[in-house]
Design a protein around this ligand. Structure first.
Ligand SMILES: [Zn+2]
Length: 62
């Protein structure tokens, strides 16, 4: 799996980061050119469904 195949979206404004000027994942983070928020763009950051579920459970008090 190549990083180029991953679609990255801004956590804050949902902009498609891949299409922004000069976008790269090599630095591990990217500043959204639309809203200026820093997004983590490392492969490690991609959660498996299982991990995402666990985090959801931890955050939800019920
Ligand atoms: Zn943004």
């Amino acid at each position: 799996m190549y990083q180029d195949d991953i679609d990255w979206y801004c956590d804050s404004c949902d902009a498609h980061l891949n299409r922004q000027d000069g976008f790269t994942t090599t630095t591990g983070s990217w500043e959204c050119t639309r809203c200026g928020s820093i997004n983590n763009v490392t492969e490690d950051y991609i959660l498996s469904e299982e991990e995402a579920e666990e985090i959801y459970r931890e955050e939800c008090p019920k």
